[in-house]
Write a protein that binds this ligand. Sequence first.
Ligand code: ASP
Length: 457
Amino acid sequence: MERALSNQVKDKIGQTVTIRGWAETVRKHAKVVFIDVRDRTGLVQVVCTEKLLEVANSISPESVVTITGTVTERPQSLVNVNIVSGTVELQADSITVESVAKTLPMPLNDRAVSEETRLKYRYLDLRSKKMAENIRMRHQMNQFLREELTKLDFVEVETPYISKSTPEGARDYLVPSRIQPGNFYALPQSPQQYKQLLMVAGLERYFQIARCFRDEDARGDRQPEFSQLDLELSFTSQEEILQVTESLFLGLVKKFFPEKTLTFNTIPRLTYKEVMEQYGTDKPDLRQDKTNDDELAFAFIIDFPMFEWKESEKRFDATHHPFTAPKPEWEDNFEKHPEEALALQHDFVLNGSEIAGGSVRIHRADVLERVFEFLGHNKEKIRADFGHLLEAFEYGVPPHGGIAPGLDRIYTILLKENSIRDVIAFAKAGDGRDLMMNAPSPVDDAQLKELGLKKIG
Ligand code: ASP
């Protein structure tokens, strides 16, 4: 018998159908047992009587069942408007229990359950209505972004995860090489250098939903790995980068969240100086009514200082990253007045959160070398770490720039969740642990030896 999904049975009154899914609830009465069967599209109420009472009574919640029966209309008074098949029910003829579920360690659909438990039993948490919805919405929004960028002639390119360090201001995750003992790959903090090399390669318009890995101290809403919509364009301007970003995200909101209100129909471009003076932060919450989470205030912040003073290291560091171009008037003299030099950096903020950063890049090898030198890298270190990029820039590099919206954070705000963990299928706990897989975990000495590593302490 062909399977029918929950959302199809209302159109099959009088027909015999087979539904397959999880027994979400089993309600037992003397002469009838009701089972709400859940599949990926919703719930169907199944009515079990007579010869099926015994097996129906034995079914524990969340067991997996296959049930064949006849679809009948519910009397008007028993219609349930909350479920997709609420006007009908299935009179069961046969029941197969595919797998028996033990009592679950947590109730589904109860956000009062501790997050530890939800993360440990993530595969159960993902059965809950809200999490299942978030994961599906994430897919649809990713799909929308992919389609829109493809229409704009962007090409999705996957770049390596096992790679070399790229500075984004965090620590690297290192991967020891077995074949080249004593040498390490770094997991990319972002595909920054690859996307710039793709511009040298002539792609002109690149995007990728890329995973970024940053070993940062556990801080509230951070994950060791997160997803960004990484973009890069050649022969571009800062304004064009902002326009592409604006059309993508206003389009996304219009399509998926028509009920939300926008504080600004055209996203304002504000300078770092003006927002710092006016709001004391470079990620101001510009909503008119800050209690209303259906209001969205997007803004672009531009004209950032090129450098910031790092007191702990007694040196200047790049505010964004070292590849960020100075504004043209600062190209020749940023070293002379580093605290005043401005960069072609842009941040994208939403309701007080930074949701993207990017810049127009330095495409002249001599200027890039001067930036690295100013930041305190010596010539050998520059050659060792970035020689490939500097060399590439000697073979014809177009002017280019880009941006990288953080999808986890954006989706969290749009879906009105509290934490990015609620929009990531397999999220890690606040301290970076994967509670379900139990990672990180110790490894065998033999494995360490093979990698040429030794435990100390
Ligand atoms: N690579 C940058 C980041 O991850 C984004 C960019 O400059 O495009 O923040």
